[in-house]
Design a protein around this ligand. Sequence first.
Ligand code: FES
Ligand SMILES: [Fe+2]
Length: 345
Amino acid sequence: MTSTLPWSSYVEPAQLERERRQIFIRAWQYVGHTGEASEPGTYFTSYAGHVPILVTHGDDGELRGFLNVCRHRGHPVAEGAGRRATLQCPYHAWTYDLDGSLRAAPRAEDEGVLTGVRLRDVRLETWGPFVFANPDGDAPPLADALGRIPELVAELLDVNVLEFRLRDTAEVAANWKVVCENYLECYHCPVAHPGFSRLVDVSPSSYRLEPDGLASHQFGAVRADGRGYDANGEIERGQFHFLWPNLTINIFPGRPNISLGPVLPLSTDRSRRRLDYFFAQDVDEGWVEELLAFDEQVGREDRALVEGVQRGVSSGLIETGHLLPRSEQLIAHFQELTAQALADE
Ligand code: FES
Ligand SMILES: [Fe+2]
């Protein structure tokens, strides 16, 4: 049997510091969707891990990514989302153009300080309507990270015709890796998700797991006598993808739908889950409500599990746990990628 990560890695602040430096400032991360800044002169803010991100849609039509950090003393330049000709930092009113260049600052001429100051660039790329950022300017392209995810998703639906419906955010009292590892196996499904398991065939002979580069794929067929919500529709089976380090992507059987979002580390024992839900335009609200209720139930069950695990791994008395070689292979894959990134200093 393989071992889990050392349990100390879920509780030690120094570990999270290493993960911030070695993982979150170097990885492609989903930060939002093109609809959040759909017209020239609009912007939105987000996070890539702990890194504050600003996305602007310039008058030239370009989407650009920046650190949402003022070059003066570090306050965020913008909050939320909106429409502005320029972005003015609320601390001392340094004002930036949407292309990141500093346009004006009070007393700048008198004190002669400001030539050539710009917001720090962040790499930005899109997959359909999904916007990804990477703070590392030398990172390989997004397509390399996504691997086969777009192709597998395209077997079920066209992400370009979906529309954004809602964003769900929740805080969880567990380390971000505990939350990701919970997503990466369905060994717990028959035990802990009775509703999900009545709809999706979670037996090892049917439910497929596939590690694949930075991605992990899970494929779940609907049971012949599946019950839960009305899963009749264009999408005949579920796909659940994970993009290392922290992105979950869900397609449920039924009408065209996808939900995706990151697990953001807040501290060693707290994470924020964010999920953006997209549906085909003709999917009615009733069906959306039904699917959300189903998904929320699964989410409540998972929250109790990961919060329980966090208490368990925090005792400081046990060094590691055990992993099943097949049913938990995607966790082993996640741990390898994480260990590699941390070793690569
Ligand atoms: S920190 Fe932004 S203007 Fe001072
Ligand atoms: Fe679960």
